[in-house]
Design a protein around this ligand. Structure first.
Ligand code: HEC
Ligand code: HEC
Ligand code: HEC
Ligand code: HEC
Ligand code: HEC
Length: 464
């Protein structure tokens, strides 16, 4: 049913362990100073003064700074949902996962400030994924679980970037091919369980196995442009910089409009909604011309992933959900069939959802306690360039007459409301349900006797 460019998408689990999953305790101690994350630095110990404050960059890279400041990655440490889940995870594992989470959510905190979960409590602010993280990554040692090599070079004062001809009066620049490729993002956008290797969040792998990779379309081409699609963004990246055909922008827009709203940024929330709207199409593909009162009817709906370079949805698996809200209404606006309503902060049972369901060692669903994950129970997300066809069968009531209207809405939320309420407390954060796209049709209902008579009337009308 899917375009089978991704036939090897579910290849065996060993894949996630390569390259080189370390075997012995001694190897781990020698080679992974921030175990269980795979992060390394090429010195013994980093200190906070080796990193500059992003405010300094703002002086010359003001536009890029303002874009980044509003991005989800700038908030990766203060994100209230992250904090709440991290607290739980740390407590439940007695700190065993601290390094793991911090490696991606505050790389500077981990490598230079000995950050632990306890720092969530005090006033100390840890930096999120900022300028100095990304532009001091000198290499990678794998494609997941924080396998970046973070090495600020204070003496030479080098910033790594995509332009061989960049020249700055303030710092040295060094060309880095890595920064222009999806592999740069892979180190954080591919998460496996640190101890049992279950693939949890594998955005990079999804991309890597897709036609976008074959076409040479990188994460940067979609996420470092001013809006959805691969548009050019001419200008300068710094006040004294060269005029260039395309400047890579730093909004890093994804789908999480809810978080932007939480941080009082309606414009970024709207950018996220635009991104979501560009990702999918929905249409009816099989469809009765008329309905008959008292009989069953079947409608087929096709949802296609036309804009996302990875599965739809991708990312944080406990939460991210795209679903069809399918609703059939009689002429008097009364609903005669519905599937996909939100009930008690969840999509109702029977909803056609595109999402991953993770399970624990006993096969029970894990919806929040990620550290208990042991297997993937199901994955109904839509592959890049793929599609899914969903059937709805419903009974047309005996006494119905007139037209019915069928609505199919494709919705997204980053978390079910109920999970957010459980983590943060009720009323703390309202989840934004985004309508990505929708389609609608009107069908005439015939009672059994007059079926042929009315059908003739419709035909006559069409002839006029
Ligand atoms: C005094 C002005 C100034 C300051 C302050 C400054 N930069 Fe730059 N930076 C520039 C200029 C000019 C360029 C060259 C732009 C071009 O060639 O298009 C540049 C280029 C870059 C590049 C691109 C390098 C490449 O090879 O493509 C990066 C990355 C960068 N700066 C990061 C930073 C970071 C991080 C900070 C803060 C710690 C910072 N800059 C502070 C002026 C500045
Ligand atoms: C062809 C364009 C395209 C490419 C290539 C692409 N993305 Fe996306 N990405 C999108 C669109 C559109 C969305 C919004 C729809 C969605 O959430 O899937 C998105 C959403 C996301 C999200 C948010 C998911 C969520 O719901 O929380 C993340 C994270 C992300 N992309 C990371 C990446 C990374 C990392 C890569 C490279 C490995 C990448 N993207 C490649 C277009 C792209
Ligand atoms: C999540 C990682 C990330 C963060 C955070 C980040 N950058 Fe970048 N930046 C990149 C990547 C990757 C590129 C190169 C994109 C490409 O060429 O494909 C880039 C490109 C640049 C460029 C060159 C742009 C161009 O098109 O010439 C400058 C300048 C720059 N960044 C400065 C900054 C500054 C200043 C900050 C903080 C305000 C920052 N970056 C934060 C990853 C990041
Ligand atoms: C050092 C780790 C790290 C690197 C490198 C990194 N990211 Fe991220 N990224 C994160 C984290 C952590 C978050 C989630 C923050 C949160 O939601 O609290 C995130 C969030 C995002 C989002 C927003 C998702 C949403 O739900 O809206 C996008 C888009 C994204 N990253 C794209 C990229 C791209 C593209 C690259 C490569 C150029 C990249 N990231 C490199 C750690 C990283
Ligand atoms: C290898 C890097 C990596 C590690 C390790 C990691 N995360 Fe994340 N995390 C990410 C990225 C990337 C995203 C954004 C994905 C998306 O937008 O869908 C994210 C998103 C999240 C979110 C969703 C935030 C939101 O507002 O939607 C939560 C919660 C979270 N992480 C918690 C944790 C916890 C707790 C741990 C440790 C047990 C952890 N993460 C470990 C990279 C990582």
């Amino acid at each position: 049913m899917f375009i089978s460019l991704n036939s090897h998408a579910t290849s065996d689990i060993q894949k996630w362990q390569k390259p080189h999953k370390l075997e012995t305790q001694q190897q781990i101690e020698q080679q992974l100073p921030f175990y269980p994350s795979r992060t390394t630095t090429n010195r013994q110990q980093l200190t906070p003064d080796m990193f500059e404050n992003s405010e300094i960059c703002k002086g010359c890279h003001s536009e890029i700074y303002q874009q980044w400041e509003r991005s989800v990655m700038a908030h990766s440490w203060e994100d209230p949902i992250y904090k709440a889940l991290f607290k739980r995870a740390s407590k439940a594992t007695e700190g065993q996962v601290d390094n793991f989470c911090i490696a991606c959510h505050s790389p500077i905190g981990m490598t230079s400030m000995n950050a632990t979960a306890a720092m969530l409590e005090g006033d100390q602010h840890l930096p999120g994924v900022n300028c100095e993280v990304c532009h001091n990554i000198v290499g990678i040692s794998g494609n997941d679980n924080g396998a970046y090599i973070l090495s600020p070079n204070k003496e030479k004062h080098v910033k790594l970037g995509p332009r061989p001809d960049a020249s700055s009066p303030y710092h040295q620049t060094e060309y880095s091919d890595l920064h222009t490729k999806s592999e740069f993002c892979s180190v954080c956008h591919n998460v496996s369980h640190p101890f049992n290797s279950t693939p949890i969040e594998r955005t990079y792998d999804e991309w890597q196995e897709s036609a976008y990779n074959e076409q040479g379309v990188q994460c940067q081409d979609c996420h470092m442009t001013p809006g959805p699609g691969m548009k050019d963004n001419p200008g300068r990246s710094a006040i004294m910089g060269k005029e260039r055909k395309h400047i890579y922008s730093h909004e890093f827009t994804g789908g999480n409009s809810t978080l932007h709203q939480y941080f009082n940024d309606p414009e970024s929330a709207e950018l996220a909604r635009e991104m979501l709207r560009s990702a999918a199409t929905i249409e009816f593909v099989e469809f009765p011309e008329t309905l008959t009162a008292g009989q069953l009817a079947t409608v087929k709906v096709k949802v296609a992933n036309v804009g996302a370079g990875h599965k739809l949805p991708t990312g944080f698996p406990e939460g991210r959900e795209v679903w069809i809200d399918f609703d059939v209404k009689a002429a008097n606006q009364v609903s005669i069939y519905r599937s996909g309503a939100v009930v008690d902060g969840h999509t109702e049972p029977g909803t056609h959802s595109f999402k991953v369901t993770l399970g624990d060692a006993n096969g029970n669903v894990v919806d929040l306690n990620v550290w208990e994950v042991d297997r993937v129970l199901s994955d109904t997300r839509i592959l890049p360039y793929g599609y899914s066809i969903v059937d709805y069968t419903f009974l047309v009531p005996e006494d119905l007459s007139g037209d019915v209207t069928i609505n199919a809405n494709l919705n997204y939320w980053p978390f079910p409301q109920q999970l957010v309420d459980e983590l943060l407390g009720e009323g703390k954060l309202k989840v934004d349900i985004v309508n990505m796209t929708s389609t609608k049709a009107t069908i005439a209902v015939l009672d059994k006797e007059s079926k042929s008579a009315i059908a003739m009337k419709i035909n006559k009308k069409q002839l006029k």
